[in-house]
Design a protein around this ligand. Structure first.
Ligand code: PGA
Length: 249
């Protein structure tokens, strides 16, 4: 299976900058072993769809509304995300959980709406520094996984990627160790196994994210049970991200 490499641009890149980035990325991307999924801001999805058509790159949105339509000023629905060219959507990113007060039940609604529209979800889970220090990592991960995917059928897990993103590692320069990642991935898979089946736990796609860069990406990709990686800061410079993508085996 190809390794999944996700780029989360966050609130960066105008449509013109996204266009320039993608034109360069597509012309120099050369690695059949990976599947890149680029998640620009909503406003760049249209141009990104136009440019990435007939390329190996897939697109994702960074968020989605929790209602289907209606009086939701400023929100973007799953249907709007899909017709704008995204195949994936990131849900439950810690920046949304902390800054926009999104809880597991809102995230659960977002996932259900997105799956109904045929989108695939990249669900972010991860513990804070205080929770890590209090040795609560496993407990937090289990609860987040359990509550965020409540009510999903086993076959819907094919459309789910779970990203282990420890909050203390996001944008901080502190990366998790291989041991941290392997433990988290094991806990996540076991929770899916307990909720569904052994096969579901085994087949689930799990990626790691948090302060990845061109130096540590290759190493952390070797962590047992990891199917890919999610990049924030390091994905913003197209030359750096191309170097990472073209090197990963
Ligand atoms: P970072 O962000 O790579 O800049 O730490 C990762 C993320 O927020 O998903």
């Amino acid at each position: 299976m190809k390794k999944i490499i996700i780029a989360n641009f966050k609130m960066n890149q105008t449509p013109a900058q996204t266009k320039e980035y993608l034109v360069k990325f597509i012309s120099r991307f050369a690695n059949d072993n990976i599947q890149p999924i680029i998640c620009p801001p909503f406003t760049s999805l249209g141009i990104a769809q136009f440019i990435t058509e007939c390329s190996p790159i897939k697109l994702g949105a960074q968020n989605v509304g929790d209602e289907e339509r209606g009086s939701q000023t400023g929100e973007v629905s799953a249907e709007m995300v899909r017709v704008s060219g995204a195949e994936y959507v990131i849900v439950g990113h810690s920046e949304r959980r902390v800054k926009f007060k999104e809880n597991n039940s809102v995230i659960n609604k977002k996932i259900k709406n997105s799956l109904k529209q045929g989108l695939k979800c990249i669900l972010c889970v991860g513990e804070s520094l205080a929770e890590k220090t209090a040795l609560k990592t496993n407990e937090v991960l289990k609860k987040q996984v359990n509550e965020c995917i409540k009510g999903l059928y086993e076959n819907e897990l094919e459309s789910l990627i779970i990203a282990y993103e420890p909050v203390w590692a996001i944008g901080t320069g502190h990366t998790a160790t291989i041991k941290d990642v392997e433990n988290a991935v094991k806990v996540i898979r076991k929770e899916i196994e307990d909720l569904y089946s052994e096969k579901a736990g085994r087949d689930l796609t799990v990626v790691y994210g948090g302060s990845l860069n061109s130096i540590n990406a290759q190493r952390l990709m070797q962590a047992k049970g990891v199917d890919g990686e999610l990049f924030g800061g390091a994905s913003l410079d197209v030359d750096v991200f191309l170097e990472i993508c073209n090197k990963i085996r």
